[in-house]
Design a binder for this molecule. Structure first.
Ligand code: PLP
Length: 393
């Protein structure tokens, strides 16, 4: 059975061209970039070339890029590093209730260390109000962290407006751009961010490598210590093949950013419309237009998302009920509940995320398979017939 992969927001397959670019750095060019002999210098050059490439794609200076082990490390380093570096100036941090756990948990850790955290709620589409950010700022505020786009419902935040507010107040501004780099135009000056987190496996690069953009002059305590790599800002021998792969993947993604985003948007809207036309009582989660080109997130009343996923899997279709990290926890998605969706309805949600290898045929296959699965599960469901709980979306 041919597999239909519709979980690109969880991870993407590594592009074969990326694997090809990485391969020599596992074998012939394996030297430690810190070594003085030529085979070390060779990998040093590869790392620096990758840094320049990444910097040029996001409108940064190469010195402002720190390679990390992925999105989680980038978020942890940004938030804990910026907060700790500015402790003498204040202890208040502003974030939102719909962030990825890498941000939420970093803030929870800081709270235990005596920092005060304001967690802003969103509207029913998952949008954060820049005005609410402005009003939350106080004399002790040192950091604002608002994600660029949400990984579960795909809502794209007004990051540049929030960045403007942060800049006027002289407060460091971090954005988690893990779901947007390589998918949407990302320029650090246009977004007015000081810190930006990204991860290669979300844009057809390898897993376990990412980067953190740090605007020149931003105070940041190093998160990893024990070596002088990355100019003392991130200790540890560089993941040379991973870094080369990340840069190659970003270059490939950037070459057709707009065309691919338009193609996926059309496929996304077709899927949303057709799922709603073919299955009664389906609600779209997230914003109808300010959303990632690849994100379809729906609540299908009266059926457990997990049960649908298992049935889809038996048909060779891979999808998700929320973020990959939270599935299996049994808890309703913190993002859906933050949008005002009841825990019961949050359990009835499904996320389909498209990628550059998703075809119209894949979309048609989902539309063929999903309605009978939902009908069968609804026929067995004790919830069928109970009016669906009031929704704000
Ligand atoms: N932030 C967001 C918005 C994500 O979607 C993810 C991954 O799902 C992460 C952070 C964590 O990235 P990584 O898997 O590279 O640690």
């Amino acid at each position: 059975m041919k597999r239909t992969y519709l979980d690109y927001a969880a991870t993407t397959p590594t592009d074969p061209k990326v694997v090809q670019a990485m391969a020599p750095y596992y074998t012939e060019s394996f030297g430690n970039p810190s070594a003085v002999y030529s085979c070390g210098q060779e990998t040093r050059l590869a790392v620096e070339a990758a840094r320049s490439k990444v910097a040029s794609v996001i409108g940064a200076h190469p010195d402002e890029i720190i390679f990390t082990s992925g999105g989680t490390e980038s978020d942890n380093s940004a938030i804990k590093g910026a907060a700790r570096a500015s402790r003498a100036r204040g202890n208040h941090i502003i974030t939102t209730t719909i962030e990825h756990h890498a941000v939420l948990e970093s803030c929870n850790t800081l709270e235990k260390e005596g920092y005060e955290i304001t967690r802003l709620t969103t509207d029913s589409y998952g949008l954060v109000s820049p005005e609410a950010v402005r009003q939350a700022i106080g004399p002790r505020t040192i950091l604002i962290s608002v994600m660029h786009a949400n990984n579960e419902v795909g809502t794209i935040q007004p990051v540049s407006e929030i960045g403007q507010i942060a800049r006027e107040a002289g407060i460091t501004f971090h954005t988690d751009a893990v779901q947007t780099v390589g998918h949407l135009p990302v320029n650090v000056d246009e977004l007015k961010v000081d810190l930006l987190a990204s991860s290669a496996h979300k844009f057809y690069g390898p897993k376990g490598v990412g980067f953190l953009y740090v605007r020149k002059g931003t105070r940041l305590d190093p998160y990893m210590t024990g070596g002088a790599q990355e100019r003392g800002r991130r200790a540890g021998t560089e993941n040379v093949p991973g870094i080369v792969g990340l840069a190659k993947a970003l270059e490939l993604a950037n070459a057709d950013l707009t065309g691919e985003a338009e193609r996926q948007t059309a496929l996304r809207d077709y899927l949303i419309a057709e799922i709603q036309a073919r299955i009664p009582s389906v609600h779209l989660n997230g914003h109808p237009s300010r959303r990632l080109p690849n994100n379809v997130n729906v609540t299908v009343d009266f059926v457990e998302g997990e049960a649908v996923l298992l049935s889809l899997d038996m048909e060779g279709i891979c999808a998700s009920t929320g973020s990959a990290c939270s599935s299996g926890s049994g808890e309703p998605s913190h993002v859906l509940t933050a949008l005002g969706i009841s825990p019961a309805q949050a359990h009835c949600s499904l996320r389909f995320t498209l990628g550059k290898w998703t075809t119209e045929q894949d979309a048609r296959r989902l539309l063929e398979v999903l309605p009978p699965i939902v009908a069968r599960l609804r026929a067995m469901s004790p919830l069928t017939g109970i009016p669906s709980p009031a929704r704000r979306v």
